[in-house]
Design a protein. Structure first.
Length: 250
């Protein structure tokens, strides 16, 4: 099995009679379907900005949420603020999270964002080969919590949530839904993530400029390629970051 256990993830358990409706009314994706797979979703601010992203899956007696560990406590606090009188309880578990490629262990589920991200499994022990997840993410322009996905700053449609199966436009209202729906119905997004090719060594966070104007920023770098956040109306030939050329093919 080519897989690895990750200690960077925490699984939260949501129980209570109102858990389904509570989450359905709060997160960006549709959770009304039957159990049987992972759903990728996010929580937004009332202004429509990204706060947390996570995976959701159901068991007979709970809804489980796979989230980055350093976000888990803040996520639970935010959700407890929303629940008011709803019969909902949110608590951390010690469930292990594994992910991998190729041979799929029993009980594992496909990563819903992209087939190249393989599978995720819960409660198992996976082996630990070298898997270059950053290279996979850069190749397919897949954002990561805390890197391309920045709390209170990112708009999820600009970072590809529709393409990554992380938002549903038919499910009805959720926190931040109105702003997201308006962005969806614009004729064209002016900003967003793109893969760029670097002409030399550059670091994540470097500002991208063109003709003396800021046009974006580098995020995840893998070899001579990177995920960049660009202003598409300003991007083009002649871009640089940290003294090296930045090539974007729209």
């Amino acid at each position: 099995m080519q897989g690895e256990r990750t200690d960077e993830r925490t699984v939260l358990k949501v129980t209570g009679a109102d858990r389904q409706k509570f989450l359905q009314d709060t997160v960006t994706n549709d959770l009304s379907g039957d159990a049987g797979g992972l759903v990728y979703a996010a929580i937004l601010s009332p202004q429509g900005k990204y706060l947390f992203d996570f995976f959701v899956f159901k068991t007979p007696d709970a809804i489980l949420i796979d989230i980055k560990s350093d976000c888990a406590a803040a996520f639970a606090q935010r959700m407890n603020m929303y629940k008011l009188r709803a019969d909902v309880k949110i608590e951390a578990t010690n469930m292990a999270v594994s992910r991998g490629l190729r041979e799929v262990p029993e009980g594992a589920m496909p990563d819903p964002r992209h087939a190249a991200l393989g599978w995720r499994a819960y409660g198992g022990e996976g082996s630990t080969p070298e898997i270059d997840w950053d290279a996979i993410r850069v190749a397919h322009v897949i954002p990561e919590t805390g890197i391309e996905l920045i709390a209170n700053e990112t708009y999820i449609l600009e970072v590809g949530f529709e393409r990554l199966n992380g938002v549903d436009f038919r499910k009805g209202c959720y926190v931040g839904q109105e702003v997201t729906a308006r962005m969806k119905h614009k004729t064209e997004l002016r900003k967003g993530l793109a893969q760029v090719v670097l002409g030399g060594s550059a670091v994540s966070g470097a500002e991208i400029t063109r003709d003396g104007k800021t046009v974006g920023r580098l995020h995840t770098v893998s070899g001579d390629k990177a995920i960049a956040y660009l202003r598409f109306d300003r991007a083009g030939e002649g871009m640089q970051a940290g003294g090296v050329s930045v090539d974007w093919r729209s």
